[in-house]
Design a protein around this ligand. Structure first.
Ligand code: ADP
Ligand code: MG
Length: 259
C-alpha cells in the first residue's frame, strides 16, 4: 500500500525545531490491519498526517513515501479515510449528519446530491446507527459520543478509500463503546478489503485485532512485526515494558490465533 523510506518530520515553533519523526522506514501492506502504538508525543499522529499529506505548514518532511498500489499521491477523503479521536470536533455542528456524509460522497464519487443522500443512508445502516432515517436529519449534538464516532466512520468510508487511518478513534469513549467501535472497524475493513492503520496508546486494544504492531518511541519506529511475535517476544525493551504494564494477566488470552 505504502512504502516509507527514511521519513523524517520536524516542526518549527517559537524559533525552535523539534523532531516528530526520525528516519522512519515502514511498509504498509495492502489489506493488513496495522496497529501503531506508542506513548503520547511519540509521533503517531505525525505519521498519520504525513501519510495523508496533511501535515501543518510549520512541518518539514524529508525522505520518501511511495504508493505503488495507488499509482498516484493519495487524495485525503477519497483514497484515504480518516477517523480522529474527537468525533464531536470532527463533525460540523451546523450540518445534519446526512448532509455531511452526502457532501463527502458527492465531492469524491462524482454523483449528484440526491444519490449522495441515498448513499449516506446506506452508510448509516452499514455503521449500525439505530434508526438511520432519523439519524440522517439529526445534528451531531443530538447523538451520543459513540454514535457520533459511527457517523465519522461513515463519512471516512463514504468515498470507498483503500486505506482507513483511525487515530485514537476510541480514546474518548467508554470501554463498552470502544469495543463496539473496534468491532465495527474490523467489520468494515473486512467487507471492503480496506487497509487499516489503527493508532492507539493502548497496547491491549491493539493486540485484540491487529495483524502487525508497530511501536513508536520518541519519534522513532523501535519495533514492528506480527502481533503474536511482538507480544510474545518483543525485541525492544520499551515494547516489553509496555506489554508488562498494560496487559492484564487475568484477561482472556490475547494470542487466540497463534499456533
Ligand atoms: P502522538 O500522536 O504520538 O501523541 P504527535 O505526532 O502528535 O505524537 O507529536 C509528536 C511530536 O511532534 C510531539 O513532540 C509534538 O509536540 C510535536 N508536534 C506535533 N504537532 C505539532 C505542531 N503542529 N507544531 C509543533 N509541534 C508539533
Ligand atoms: Mg496523536
Amino acid at each position: 500500500m505504502a512504502h516509507l523510506d527514511g521519513v523524517s518530520v520536524t516542526h518549527r515553533a517559537d524559533g525552535k525545531t523539534t523532531a516528530a519523526l526520525e528516519a522512519v522506514d515502514l511498509d504498509i501492506i495492502s489489506g493488513e490491519r496495522l496497529a501503531i502504538i506508542g506513548e503520547s508525543g511519540s509521533g503517531k499522529s505525525t505519521l498519520a498526517l504525513a501519510l495523508a499529506g496533511l501535515l501543518p505548514d510549520n512541518a518539514d518532511v524529508t525522505g520518501r513515501i511511495r504508493w505503488p498500489a495507488l499509482g498516484h499521491t493519495p487524495l485525503p477523503g477519497r483514497d484515504i479515510g480518516f477517523v480522529f479521536q474527537d468525533a464531536g470536533a470532527s463533525l460540523n455542528p451546523v450540518l445534519t449528519v446526512g448532509e455531511q456524509i452526502a457532501e463527502v460522497a458527492q465531492a469524491h464519487l462524482g454523483i449528484g446530491w440526491y444519490e449522495a443522500y441515498g448513499h449516506a443512508l446506506r452508510l448509516l445502516e452499514r455503521v449500525h446507527i439505530p434508526q438511520p432515517e432519523a439519524a440522517l436529519g439529526a445534528y451531531p449534538h443530538q447523538l451520543s459520543g459513540g454514535q457520533r464516532q459511527r457517523v465519522c466512520i461513515a463519512s471516512a468510508i463514504a468515498a470507498r478509500p483503500k486505506l482507513l487511518i483511525a487515530d485514537e478513534p476510541t480514546s474518548a469513549l467508554d470501554m463498552v463503546v470502544q469495543a463496539e467501535i473496534v468491532a465495527l472497524l474490523q467489520e468494515l475493513v473486512r467487507e471492503d478489503g480496506m487497509t487499516l492503520v489503527f493508532i492507539t496508546h493502548d497496547i491491549a486494544l491493539a493486540s485484540g485485532f491487529a495483524d502487525r504492531i508497530a511501536v513508536f518511541r520518541k519519534a522513532r519506529l523501535v519495533e514492528i512485526g506480527p502481533r503474536e511475535k511482538v507480544l510474545a517476544h518483543p525485541r525492544d525493551a520499551y515494547t516489553a515494558s509496555l506489554i508488562a504494564s498494560h496487559i492484564d494477566l487475568h484477561s482472556p488470552p490475547l494470542i487466540d490465533e497463534a499456533a
